[in-house]
Design a protein around this ligand. Structure first.
Ligand code: GGG
Length: 354
């Protein structure tokens, strides 16, 4: 038996804890088949912790997490606390501290899942969005003055660095080299964002020259949202800023059937720090605790984690189980038009793996 890998688990808020346990169980079953073992440590951080302690996690939480091989997160967000407090109290500091500068979000139309767009064949939509993950519009630079007065002023600054643009754009090209269609689309709004996003466009053009075999296009984000709906099949690898990548991946998720299938990895490419894996969906307080959240996004995020940790065979077995469940018309939760529970779907994936 190989030495076990240490994973920190943060269920977080809302449906996060509902789905994350299934990702853990499925991962355990998948790695057991190849004689590996995962050692999980669960942390009760999130908004309940905040309501008790005034912080989303203890002051030393980043030091604690630094010792793990990876982090698996459910969701953050709670109706009683402003979203910027929950996000900046837990998820964003993790991405920054561990320099998880690359966020990868696949969108694939599985057989057995219907796109809300007409006549889309299984597999015809297959894109991989590379979202810049530590700067851009999420840089958290700015301030407020004259609050609670008629002169209230808020300044929010985006930060684009050549290094940051290069890292994410190069990662997108490197990925495209190994994909059959070999295309990269860059999405900005550089007509209106004439400093940061113009720098992004320049870096994109420079890096594209190093990859003459890759077909490229640059789109303004307003056109991109239209084209994601009009011709989603034409997108292969997509690279976008932090905010645009976040927004576009809600769209790509729904185009392939549901947010409940959207997985993501926040990658620390030097591998000196843990990477974090999480479903793209948030805490969905409207359905939290009802036992009807789709666990597949969390399960597929765990598969991305196993792949990242060198357990590719286990990751593939999870992908195959999820694909088989969907193809065969197995149990599905309401987001996919079904009536089944989180538990039933999670157990069905487990059965397929075993
Ligand atoms: N599953 C992670 C989660 O709860 N995400 C909520 C969210 O709003 N995230 C913002 C972001 O990823 O930028």
């Amino acid at each position: 038996m190989q030495a076990s890998l240490r994973i920190a688990v943060i269920g977080g808020d809302g449906i996060g804890p509902d789905v994350i346990g299934h990702a853990v169980r499925v991962s355990d079953a998948a790695v057991a088949r190849i004689g590996a073992r995962l050692e999980w440590t669960s942390y009760p951080w999130g908004t309940d912790y905040y309501l008790d302690h005034g912080l989303m996690a203890p002051p030393d939480f980043l030091d604690l997490l630094a010792h793990y091989d990876a982090i698996l997160l459910g969701a953050v967000g709670h109706p009683q606390v402003q979203d910027h407090l929950t996000l900046n109290g837990l998820l964003l500091p993790i991405r920054r501290r561990f320099d998880q500068c690359i966020c990868v979000r696949p969108a694939y139309l599985y057989e057995g899942v219907e796109s809300p767009l007409r006549n889309k064949a299984a597999g015809s939509i297959d894109m991989l969005v590379f979202r810049e993950n530590t700067e851009g519009e999420y840089a958290n630079v700015g301030g407020r003055v004259y609050q609670h007065s008629d002169h209230d002023i808020a300044i929010q600054t985006s930060v684009f660095t050549r290094r940051g643009c290069e890292r994410i754009i190069r990662a997108a090209f490197e990925c495209a080299v190994n994909r059959p269609r070999g295309r990269v689309a860059s999405i900005t709004k550089s007509n209106a964002q004439g400093y940061g996003m113009v720098l992004w466009d320049e870096v994109f053009a420079d890096i594209a020259k190093e990859y003459p075999g890759i077909k490229t296009e640059s789109l303004l984000v307003d056109r991109a949202v239209m084209e994601f709906v009009r011709r989603p099949e034409s997108f292969d690898v997509v690279v976008a800023s932090n905010l645009f990548g976040d927004i576009l991946t809600d769209l790509s998720a729904i185009v392939v059937g549901s947010m409940g299938l959207a997985a993501s990895g926040n990658l620390a490419p030097t591998r000196q720090n843990p990477s974090l894996f999480e479903p793209v969906h948030g805490s969905a307080p409207d359905i939290a605790g009802q036992g009807i959240a789709n666990p597949l996004a969390a399960i597929l995020s765990a598969a991305m984690m196993l792949d990242h940790l060198g357990l590719g065979v286990a990751a593939t077995s999870i992908h195959q189980a999820v694909a088989e469940l969907l193809r065969s018309g197995g149990p599905r939760t309401p987001d996919l038009g079904g009536t089944e529970t989180t538990e039933r779907v999670g157990n069905a994936v487990l059965d397929l793996i075993r």
